[in-house]
Design a protein around this ligand. Structure first.
Ligand code: GTP
Ligand code: MG
Length: 382
């Protein structure tokens, strides 16, 4: 297991931990028995002792845990015959202050009947909007991400659970470091990018410059013979937003096969979670496949529970949530972590067993880090 200590290893292979410490000492590494050691060190040790050591990542470990309950996460979207179209999931990314949240706010307001926004409940950072393309009603799910550097991890996660990235670039500011960082996340995730050139209402806006700058990073606008759609918009006035939605849908239709089976046990990912004073743990879950229903037993990271209520982005209570829908889930016993996977399981017992196993693993990992810190501190004290 990644982050294992020498005593862990000693126990596994049935030797004395002190002798492992000694072997490493002779190889020139000073390590205590309880300290967690690097993958490399474990491998060196394995070679020396002629043991074949395979380091298991937390992801592999979790996969094995789920397999022991006859479950898998994320692999199976259903039989070809049972697949139904689902809305694209779009993550809005870009440099700080370039207008990501404003863009989503405007999209959402113009989507609410009568343009009335006061009735909308608190922002959950994920919304579904409706648009009509070629006379057909189409839904699009949007996820907001913060632009601050500290949220790199969240952006990386966001890119993973999404189909398309909308890269927002303020036309008066141009391409900035986090624009490129966001673009790299999208590239790493292998998802198509639609560029929203924002703030075109501003005097200093120079949308042509943005096209030139992004071309240098491999995003060539369609109008220049490339394959990336650039759409000029103003999140302030709403100009161009229809075209942006159209570009997203066209990109989805051209490049992706967005289907999932709505009739299997639901799976998804928690994109945000918090403790609400009155309602207890609240998790915003993006459904990947299946349909989540009230009363079902779920496990979300190391939290578990039974779905007590499902609330959509307009604050409405639902009885079920289909694929691609972001929904607030009530009924968990604890607050899961952002990015944790969410699965419907057979019953409360199974949910609890999986959650407990994950919980004790997380505590063990935290302890390993803690003990390593302590050893480092001791080193510095000397
Ligand atoms: P972070 O979440 O902090 O990364 O920022 P953000 O990208 O979500 O930016 P946000 O939507 O908060 O907008 C930043 C500022 O730019 C706000 O004052 C917005 O009102 C303003 N703004 C956003 N879009 C436009 C636009 O199209 N035109 C003008 N003039 N101002 C805009
Ligand atoms: Mg924002």
């Amino acid at each position: 297991r990644r982050g294992a200590s020498l005593s862990d290893l000693a126990e596994k292979i049935g030797v004395d931990a002190a002798s492992l410490v000694q072997v490493l000492f002779h190889l020139g590494e000073m390590v205590t028995a309880t300290q967690s050691v690097s993958d490399d060190t474990l491998e060196v040790l394995g070679a020396e002792l002629e043991y074949n050591i395979e380091v298991v990542s937390p992801e592999d470990e979790d996969r094995e845990l789920l397999e022991s309950f006859d479950l898998e996460f994320g692999e199976d979207l259903g039989d070809e015959d049972d697949l139904a179209a689902r809305p694209p999931v779009v993550t809005v990314m870009g440099h700080v202050d370039h207008g990501k949240t404003r863009l989503l706010d405007t999209l959402r307001k113009s989507n609410v009947a009568g343009g009335e926004a006061g009735g909308i409940t608190q922002a959950i950072g994920a919304y579904q909007v409706q648009t009509t393309i070629d006379g057909v009603d189409r839904g699009i799910t949007f996820i907001d991400t913060p632009g601050h550097e500290a949220f790199t991890a969240m952006r990386a996660r966001g890119a993973k659970s999404t189909d398309i990235a909308v890269l927002v670039v303020a036309a008066d500011d141009g391409v900035m470091p986090q624009t490129i960082e966001a673009l790299n996340h999208a590239k790493a995730a292998g998802i198509p990018v639609v560029v929203a050139v924002n703030k075109i209402d501003k005097e200093a806006a120079d949308p042509v410059r943005v096209r030139g700058e992004l071309s240098e990073f491999g995003l060539i606008p369609e109008e220049y013979g490339g394959d990336t759609q650039f759409v000029d918009v103003s999140a302030l006035t709403g100009e161009g937003l229809d075209r942006l939605l159209e570009a997203v849908v066209l990109t989805a239709d051209a490049a992706l096969d967005l289907r999932a089976n709505p009739d299997m046990p639901a799976q998804g990912v928690a994109i945000e979670a918090h403790l609400d004073k009155g309602r207890g743990p609240v998790a915003t879950v993006l459904i990947h496949r299946g349909t989540l229903r009230i009363g079902e037993s779920i496990v979300a990271g190391s939290a578990y529970g039974r779905v007590r209520a499902l609330i959509n982005d307009k604050g409405e209570n639902l009885t079920e949530a289909p694929p691609s829908m972001p929904v607030q889930v009530l009924g968990l016993t604890a607050v899961p972590g952002a990015g944790d996977n969410v699965l419907v399981v057979d019953d409360d017992r199974m949910a609890r067993q999986i959650a407990d196993k994950r919980g004790s693993r997380m505590r063990a990992a935290a302890q390993a880090v803690g003990s390593r810190r302590k050893t480092l501190d001791q080193l510095f004290e000397q």
